[in-house]
Design a protein around this ligand. Structure first.
Ligand code: ATP
Ligand code: MG
Length: 560
């Protein structure tokens, strides 16, 4: 009989999730997640990975399975501890039952539950660290060509960071000692070369259908408007180039053979999950306010903690954020909101975010419960929504109007929708996105009836995609209120049926404007579309079936 079981999973950042739970071997008992159960044909381990992914919205990899089993003999009881099905020595010490926590490999000792396991888990973590993503062939080829021409060249920045984290980098930026003209000379005739960023030392090379930016080692100075360096000086050493970069984890280079240049301890910070400025934080943020936003974004996406002096400076220098172009801000904010660790970061950095959207300020202090502000509560619920910026914005701003409303918060949804419109307009989010978010906020407090007519009305109003988003918000609010899931589940069931069988747009009607004209039921012009709209209304309300015959008959009534 297995009494204690644990599954060890690692996330995309190489951190480890230890899930421990007393009693029962199957993962249905391991997780306290809603609906936690084995799908047909699934092993408990596969279920754990799937459920963890669904619940946390992050990629997870199965690290190992840990279990404690008790065998009873007539005269005694013996406990065995297993790791990945093998017996390991040592008595598991289940200090904390029913615990689930992401930990960094370096923190494993604190989570010790069985001495023998710690070594195994650490090895597992180390093995994963080795699994860095290989440099793509073309990037390596470009570096080699620069080498052959007598220049230094490296992959640099985000791609090195992501590669060390075992994540596939989105793009591979290169840096080199070669001056831009020399870079061009190395590649012209071999690849297509664009010199759009030449002034700042960047040459763009189109190789094997990929775009590579190759930037000459440089220093920046005289930042104008806390954003743009006025002067760019080419320098000769890679270390000098790395010194201008924002965070230690972004200030590393990698050679084709995997050699790393890391003058600021980026690898250690990556291991420990720490975000730290290169150089003096206050000065670095003063130079370029965008770095403050990048900091918050990396915290929310990587789940790293922010080193104290970096955090302090970000708070102190937050007003510099208003110099950042809205187009840059919204990009960072969207990425931040969709981060797997957005909830605690958004809660903590409310004051920073308020520099970009002062309308949220009242929510930062408005009490929600004894120990939470309205803002903290909104941030908390972010992880209940999918990683889509539209839903997450709606989630975050849905109650932002409450402090502006009187007692009982009457009309707060509409007020919140208007504030959101204002905020997002200021941040230059596109109009379609803004409107979706505002609709979601406007209707977030509704408790929808589950009958077919009502579901079709919602479909007609919002369409399947937006309605799907709204359901997530309704679900999160139901969870907060402690309502049973039953009503919403029934609504969703009806929604699924409706999607398959029902009609909620004019295009889905069994008749077209052309049909109505040939039947002599409508005249050319806008009255035809009015008639179609009316027919749709009748179908949605369940008064007419969506068949050609029924609709033509109904149309006759309209003309009469
Ligand atoms: P992402 O995964 O979003 O691409 P990234 O770190 O690669 O993250 P990029 O904008 O592609 O971000 O920048 C590439 C590199 O340039 C960074 O890793 C960092 O070294 C440097 N960098 C980018 N923006 C700044 C900045 N505002 N200040 C200093 N260095 C920066
Ligand atoms: Mg990048």
């Amino acid at each position: 009989m297995i009494q204690v079981a644990a599954v060890i999973l690692t996330d995309e950042n190489g951190r480890i999730l230890i899930c421990k739970r007393a009693q029962g071997a199957s993962c249905a008992h391991l997780w306290e997640m809603p609906g936690g159960k084995l799908e047909p044909g699934e092993t408990p381990e596969q279920a754990a990975v799937r459920e963890c992914q669904e619940e946390l919205g992050v990629q997870v990899v199965l690290g190992g399975v840990y279990a404690k089993t008790e065998y009873s003999y007539p005269d005694k009881t013996i406990e065995f501890t297993f790791f990945n099905g093998r017996i390991v020595s040592g008595e598991p010490e289940m200090r904390v039952h029913e615990e689930m926590a992401w930990v960094l490999p370096s923190q494993l000792k604190e989570y010790e539950f069985c001495p023998a396991d710690v070594g195994l888990v650490q090895k597992l973590a180390a093995d994963r660290q080795m699994e860095r993503v290989q440099m793509p062939h073309t990037a390596a080829q470009l570096i080699r060509i620069l080498h052959e021409n007598g220049h230094e060249a490296w992959a640099v920045g985000g791609c090195v960071r992501d590669s060390l984290l075992g994540k596939n980098p989105t793009d591979w930026d290169l840096c080199t000692s070669a001056k831009p003209e020399e870079v061009k000379a190395c590649f012209s005739g071999v690849y297509r070369v664009l010199d759009t960023g030449l002034k700042h030392g960047t040459v763009t090379v189109l190789a094997d259908k990929e775009i590579y930016e190759i930037t000459t080692f440089r220093q920046e100075s005289d930042y104008a408007d806390h954003r743009r360096p006025q002067q760019v000086q080419f320098v000769s050493s890679v270390e000098e180039d790395l010194a201008r970069r924002d965070f230690t984890i972004n200030a590393m280079t990698m050679d084709v053979d995997g050699t790393i240049v890391d003058p600021f301890g980026g690898q250690q910070d990556l291991q420990d999950g720490i975000l730290r400025c290169v150089g003096e934080p206050a000065k670095r943020f003063e130079e370029d306010g965008l770095r403050i936003l990048r900091l918050v974004r990396f915290a929310a996406t990587l789940g790293f903690s922010v080193e104290e002096s970096t955090k302090k400076a970000a708070m102190e220098k937050r007003h510099i954020l208003r110099w950042v172009a809205a187009e840059r801000s919204i990009k960072e904010l969207n990425a931040m909101l969709c981060g797997g660790y957005a909830a605690p970061v958004v809660a903590e950095y409310g004051l920073v975010l308020a520099c970009l959207m002062p309308q949220i300020e009242p929510a930062l202090t408005h009490p929600y419960s004894e120990d939470k502000t309205l803002w903290e509560h909104a941030a908390d619920t972010l992880s209940d929504a999918e990683q889509n910026p539209l839903v997450r914005w709606a989630m975050l701003l849905r109650d932002v109007g409450k402090p502006y409303c009187g007692e009982g918060y009457r009309g707060h949804a509409e007020v919140s929708a208007q504030i959101a419109q204002e905020i997002l307009h200021g941040l230059k989010l596109d109009k379609a996105g803004r409107n979706t978010i505002c609709q979601l906020i406007r209707f977030h407090g509704v408790r929808p009836a589950r009958d077919a007519v009502n579901v079709r009305r919602w479909m007609q109003l919002l369409g399947p995609e937006q309605l799907e988003y709204l359901v997530q918000i309704w679900r999160a609010d139901a969870k907060v209120r402690g309502d049973s899931e039953e009503d919403l589940q029934a609504f969703c069931k009806e929604l699924e049926r409706c999607k398959e069988q029902d009609c909620w747009t004019v295009n889905q009607l069994a008749v077209t404007g052309g049909n109505l004209l040939t039947e002599g039921l409508a005249q050319p012009g806008p009255s035809t579309s009015r008639l179609l709209e009316w027919l749709l209304h009748e179908v949605v309300e369940g008064r007419v079936e969506n068949t050609r015959q029924a609709l033509l008959e109904q149309a006759r009534k309209w003309s009469e």
